[in-house]
Write a protein that binds this ligand. Structure first.
Ligand code: AMP
Length: 415
C-alpha cells in the first residue's frame, strides 16, 4: 500500500508518497503560487528502474482543489500511483492541535470542526491545512485523512513548563500557554537517537535541537517532551531565520509607545525582520558562514548570538533533566552548520559534553553520526530529520489503532 503526505500552506502544497512495505519515498514535490496567475509544479519520482527523475511545469493553479488534482495527476502520469485504491491513508501536517489533539487523528466532520476551533492560535497555518484536508476528503472519500499535529508530542509537558506567569484567566478562558512546535521532528530524531544509543526510547533523556529556518529545543525525559522552547506561537525561544525568539516582552510596549508602531508592524518586525536577518541582513546560514569567514562583523555576531542562545537552552534543559543521555542536532542548520554546533557545545565539559572537533567538522559522513568523544558522558549526535516519513508512519498507524482518541480528551486541562 501507499501513503500520501500533504503539507498544505496558504499558497503551496508539498507532498511525498511512500511505499508502506519498506517506507521508500516514491515521489515528492510541490505545487506553489496557488491562486496567482502563474503557478508551478515541481516533482521528483522513482522510475520503473528505481532511478530518480525530476520535472517542473508552469501551470495555473487557481485553488487548493486544483493543486491536489495536479499532484494526483503527476503521481498517475509518473506511474508511482496506479489507482487511488492503492492509497492506504493520506497524512496531513497540521501545525496547531491546541490542547484537543494529543495523537494523530482520523479526520471526520467533528475533528475538522475542532481543528477549525484552534484557528485563533494559528491563523496563518491551520486554515491552509484545513483547505487541504477538506479537498482530500472530498476527492478521496474512501481514503482516510489523518491529521498529524506539530504540537501533539509536547502535550506531555507538565503545567510548570507550559503555563506562563500571567493571570490565570488568560489560560482558563483563552488557553494562552506554551504549546511548542516541530513535535514531529523532535519525536522522529528522539526515536533515531534511542536506536543509536541502543536502548528503548522510554529510558532516554535527550535534548533535541531542531535548527532550521524555524528553530526549537526540546527537553525529553523517558522519551516524552517535558519542555520546549517555542511557546503559544513559533516566535518564542531560539534565534531563527527571521524570528527573534526570546526577547523582553517590554520591547513591544517600547516600540508602540516610543516609535508609534502599530501592532501589525510589531508582529511583522519580530516575525519577519528579526533573527539572523535582523542581526546581519541575511537569513541563510550558508551565506552567513561565508560572510563571517570574510571578516564580516555582523555575520560573526549573528552566529555568536545564535550559538549563545542554544547553549543557554542546553544548560537549562540539562538542569531540568538531571541526567542527559544525548544532545541531538537536526534541521538544515543543525545537520550542516558545524561552527554553530561547535560554539553551542564548547565549554560544556562540566555538563558531560565533550565534542570531537574532527568528527564535527568532517565533510564526509552526512548521515546519522556521533560528534562527541568516547569520554563524553553525554553523546552529541547529528540526525537528519524526516518529518514526512514520521507523518506517513503515524498516519498509517492511526488507521489501525482504534478508537482514535484525539477528541476524547478534548478540553482536558493538563496536570
Ligand atoms: P530548514 O528550515 O531545516 O530547511 O533549514 C534551513 C537553514 O539551514 C537555512 O538557514 C540554511 O542556510 C541552513 N543550511 C542548509 N544547508 C546548510 C549548510 N550546508 N551549512 C550551513 N547552513 C545550512
Amino acid at each position: 500500500m501507499k501513503v500520501l503526505v500533504l503539507n498544505s500552506g496558504s499558497s503551496s502544497i508539498k507532498y511525498q508518497l511512500f511505499r508502506s512495505e519498506d517506507w521508500v519515498a516514491l515521489a515528492s514535490g510541490s505545487v506553489s503560487r496557488i491562486g496567482e496567475p502563474e503557478g508551478e509544479i515541481k516533482a521528483e519520482w522513482l522510475d520503473a528502474s528505481g532511478i530518480r527523475q525530476s520535472g517542473r511545469a508552469r501551470v495555473t493553479i487557481p485553488t487548493h482543489q486544483d493543486g491536489i488534482d495536479r499532484i494526483v495527476k503527476a503521481l498517475h502520469e509518473t506511474r508511482v500511483l496506479g489507482d487511488v485504491s492503492e492509497l492506504a491513508v493520506i497524512g496531513h501536517r497540521v501545525v496547531h492541535g491546541g490542547e484537543h489533539f494529543k495523537h494523530p487523528t482520523i479526520v471526520d466532520d467533528a475533528v475538522a470542526e475542532a481543528i477549525q476551533g484552534v484557528v485563533p492560535l494559528a491563523p496563518l497555518h491551520n486554515p491552509a491545512h484545513l483547505a487541504g484536508i477538506e479537498v482530500a476528503r472530498r476527492l478521496f472519500p474512501t481514503v482516510p485523512s489523518v491529521a498529524v499535529f506539530d504540537t501533539a508530542f509536547h502535550q506531555t509537558m507538565p503545567r510548570t513548563a507550559y503555563r506562563y506567569a500571567i493571570p490565570e484567566w488568560l489560560y482558563r478562558e483563552h488557553r494562552i500557554r506554551r504549546y511548542g512546535f516541530h513535535g514531529t521532528s523532535h519525536y522522529y530524531v528522539a526515536k533515531r537517537a534511542a536506536a543509536m544509543l541502543d536502548r528503548p526510547l522510554e529510558t532516554c533523556n535527550l535534548i533535541t535541537l531542531h535548527l532550521g529556518n524555524g528553530s526549537s529545543a526540546t527537553a525529553i525525559r523517558d522519551g516524552k517532551s517535558v519542555d520546549t522552547s517555542m511557546g503559544l506561537t513559533p516566535l518564542e525561544g531560539l534565534v531563527m531565520g527571521t524570528r527573534c525568539g526570546d526577547i523582553d516582552p517590554a520591547i513591544h510596549f517600547y516600540l508602540a509607545k516610543n516609535l508609534g508602531l502599530e501592532i501589525d508592524a510589531i508582529e511583522d518586525l519580530l516575525n519577519r525582520q528579526s533573527g539572523l536577518l535582523g542581526i546581519c541582513g541575511v537569513n541563510d546560514m550558508r551565506e552567513i558562514d561565508r560572510l563571517a569567514e570574510e571578516g564580516n562583523d555582523a555575520a560573526e555576531l549573528a552566529i555568536g548570538i545564535t550559538a549563545h542562545r542554544i547553549k543557554k537552552y542546553i544548560g537549562a534543559y540539562s538542569a531540568e533533566l538531571g541526567r542527559v543521555d544525548a544532545v541531538v542536532f537536526t534541521g538544515g542548520i543543525g545537520e550542516n552548520a558545524a561552527e554553530i554546533r561547535c560554539r553551542a557545545c564548547e565549554g560544556l565539559e562540566n555538563l558531560g559534553i565533550k565534542m570531537d572537533d574532527t568528527a564535527n567538522y568532517a565533510l564526509e559522513g552526512r548521515g546519522e553520526r556521533c560528534i562527541s568523544t568516547p569520554e563524553s558522558t553525554v553523546q552529541v549526535l547529528v540526525i537528519p530529520t524526516n518529518e514526512e516519513l514520521e507523518i506517513a508512519q503515524q498516519a498509517l498507524a492511526a488507521t489501525s489503532e482504534a478508537p482514535c482518541d484525539g477528541l476524547s480528551e478534548t478540553f482536558r486541562v493538563g496536570g
